[in-house]
Design a protein around this ligand. Structure first.
Ligand SMILES: C[S@@+](CC[C@H](N)C(=O)[O-])C[C@H]1O[C@@H](n2cnc3c(N)ncnc32)[C@H](O)[C@@H]1O
Length: 265
């Protein structure tokens, strides 16, 4: 794979900067992962969350999933993201939704979690492990901060064959595509951290719907920018369209998919 010659810190910074850019809200929409709140709720069920659970949401983005879990299961949730603006946005959203007593957000690195051993009953990571340069390190950290008997859930892009060259650059990495792994590799990563792999669920249809919606948004945005109805500085829309077009074809052909995998300590 011809990915990032860039040092891993640069990849993390680029990724966080991309996801806390206003353009992402316009182009990707309100949810940053396939399946949105529905799949986050499903994850909460698979992790057996209750009001007594203390949960860590790794790479919590703007906090959408974190807030869904706190509202739906009544649990305490800590969100952590590399992007400072994401953390601010998430903190404000928690306050606006009256969930500030249940939810706290921190800025930090998934590969070096700033939490004590055994601090959480459950750890989840939605649509982000594929962007971490050192995946075994991140998963080892998930296992470390989990209590004995606790559960981990990851939901992520999967790949079942080679990707076109257009999906192998840094931008595609940030878009969660370039370093998507075969399903078995995610299971092996969890097992490699000493966890017992549990449920695997395929949600490939959610990925097709998600990428399709981004494709439509790109066209609308391009028209709005052309008509000077919105000013979108930052993203290269032509390059974004190229990646999304190839990602949609890969999702429709089954080369790219989306799955939830759980494991227990
Ligand atoms: C596709 S978004 C998913 C966000 C969130 N989980 C959701 O589903 O709404 C990926 C997120 O991973 C974060 N991220 C990337 N690398 C990270 C790292 N090393 N540590 C913590 N967060 C990271 C980015 O800032 C971004 O918010």
């Amino acid at each position: 794979m011809s990915i990032p010659e860039a040092p891993s810190e640069t990849i993390k910074r680029c990724c966080a900067a991309a996801y806390d850019h206003d353009a992402v809200r316009i182009l990707v929409g309100d949810t940053l992962h396939p399946g949105g709140a529905r799949l986050t709720e499903r994850m909460g069920q698979l992790l057996s969350l209750t009001p007594a659970s203390r949960v860590l949401d790794v790479a919590s983005g703007r906090g959408d999933g974190t807030l869904v879990l706190a509202a739906r299961f009544g649990c305490e949730v800590v969100g952590l993201d590399f992007g400072r603006r994401n953390v601010e946005t998430a903190t404000n959203a928690a306050r606006e939704r009256g969930l500030a007593d249940k939810v706290t957000f921190y800025c930090g690195d998934a590969e070096k979690l700033p939490f004590a051993d055994g601090a959480f009953d459950a750890v989840l990571c939605e649509c982000a492990l594929c962007t971490f340069p050192d995946k075994p390190m991140a998963v080892a950290e998930f296992a470390r901060v989990l209590k004995p008997g606790g559960r981990v859930g990851i939901s992520d892009l999967t790949r079942s064959g080679p990707l076109p060259r257009e999906l192998e650059g840094l931008a595609a990495w940030i878009a969660c595509v370039a370093d998507a792994r075969p399903l078995d590799e995610y299971r092996a990563l969890l097992a490699g951290a000493g966890l017992a792999v549990g449920v695997t669920e395929l949600h490939d249809g959610a990925l097709v719907d998600f990428v399709d919606a981004i494709w439509m948004r790109l066209f609308t945005t391009e028209i709005m920018v052309g008509l000077k109805k919105i000013d979108l500085t930052g993203p290269d829309l032509a390059a974004a369209k190229d990646i999304v077009r190839h990602a949609l074809a890969a999702a429709k052909s089954g080369v790219l998919g989306y799955a939830i995998v759980t494991a227990a300590k």
